[in-house]
Design a protein around this ligand. Structure first.
Ligand code: SAM
Ligand code: SF4
Length: 341
């Protein structure tokens, strides 16, 4: 296995069968090399992003997600501009220099409303980066958000197989329009984040290799990888959650494939194992995203069952993650943490 790991390190590329062997390997050396690569590029610094879950309304019906439109048990909420700005003010005091505005595909947030919010954040906090994560939007809409000052956009492709995509989404959603949106984001100069869940129903190792090949082609700044975790009020309620070891191997392979990538150690990873976040960093991840949302709404933003630390204040989130990182010799830093080619 070490030969394969060295080959990936030196060429950033493998054959399909070689990727599949690495995905299944239980050699700690893979994580060690990924962690060493992270240290070579970023030292012991871990970038921190403040997540603002500002709307849980969603017009989509993704089969895996607790916020899906058909889940009538969700108490829906959306923040006002003032509430979003309050989260930013508090986050800025706590040292955050990136705000991630995330939510469902909520038609209330028109281009005009979002442009106003983005411009207000940029005026109040010119030293901060803004990341948007609101699902698919048209090229025209994305252009307006970019011009208003949005720096980054997160949109996971979820899978790179059209057939698998159709097993995860209703017929009105398709892989082509998701991928087109990712290419549009790149053409507009956004730092783009893509990614996928690990262990979604029907996912095979070949699908994961297809995702690696898509990521190579897209060349994103960031890739979000987290285990799929079932939600009781979705069609996937009875499905198994994603596997921890496989998730960590994917993080490690991505670090060796693309050494300068921004790779979050995701909340979902922290959710399936008490030391999941630390394990993610030790497998090569270099970004954490504490929650800046109001403790009152955190319980209403449940993508999957048993979301942890609901009701924690932003300072508690930040302190807990900073401690977890310190325990493995890493330091969360106050910086925008932009992608460097
Ligand atoms: N609505 C936007 C979108 O879909 O891109 C942004 C918010 S959405 C909740 C963010 C991500 O959550 C999705 O891309 C998906 O990968 C992840 N997610 C949704 N349901 C999940 C689940 N049951 N387990 C793990 N991750 C999940
Ligand atoms: Fe909506 Fe995003 Fe959940 Fe799909 S994953 S239902 S788009 S919030």
């Amino acid at each position: 296995m070490q030969d394969l790991i060295h080959k990936l390190e030196s060429t950033n590329n493998l054959q399909r069968s070689e990727y599949k062997s690495l995905l299944l390997c239980d050699d700690k050396y893979l994580h060690e090399r990924a962690s060493t690569t992270r240290e070579k590029i970023f030292g012991n610094k871990i970038y921190m992003r403040g997540l603002i879950e500002f709307t849980n309304y969603c017009k989509c019906d993704c089969y895996y997600c607790g916020l899906r439109h058909s889940n009538k048990t969700v108490q829906r909420y959306r923040y006002t501009k003032e509430q979003i700005l309050e989260c930013c003010a508090h986050g800025h005091e706590l040292g955050f220099r990136t705000f991630v505005l995330q939510g469902g595909e909520d038609s209330f947030f028109t281009d005009e409303i979002l442009v106003d919010i983005i411009q207000s954040i940029k005026t109040g906090y010119p030293d901060c980066a803004i990341t948007i994560s609101l699902g698919e939007r048209s090229l025209e809409s994305l252009k307006l958000l970019r011009v208003a000052g949005a720096d980054r956009y997160l949109l996971r492709q979820e899978t790179s197989s059209a057939n698998h995509y159709s097993q995860l989404h209703p017929p009105n959603m398709n892989l082509k329009s998701r991928q087109d949106c990712l290419w549009n984001l790149k053409s507009l100069g956004f730092q783009v984040g893509c990614g996928f869940m690990v262990g979604t129903p029907g996912q095979t190792l070949d699908h994961i290799v297809d995702d690696f090949l898509f990521i190579k082609e897209l060349d994103p700044a960031m890739v979000g990888i987290g285990p799929f975790i079932p939600h009781s009020e979705t069609p996937f309620a009875g499905e198994k959650r994603g596997n921890l070891a496989l998730t960590l191997n994917i993080v490690a392979i991505l670090r060796l494939m693309k050494p300068n990538l921004l790779l979050p150690s995701t909340t979902a990873l922290g959710n399936i194992h008490p030391k999941g976040r630390e394990m993610g960093v030790l497998a090569g991840a270099n970004v954490v995203m504490p929650n800046l949302s109001s403790p009152e709404t955190q319980g209403k933003y449940q993508l999957y069952d048993n979301k942890s630390h609901i009701g924690d204040k932003p300072a508690q989130f930040r302190d807990r993650i900073a401690k977890q990182m310190a325990a493995i010799g890493c330091e969360v830093v106050v910086s925008r943490g932009d992608y460097a080619e």
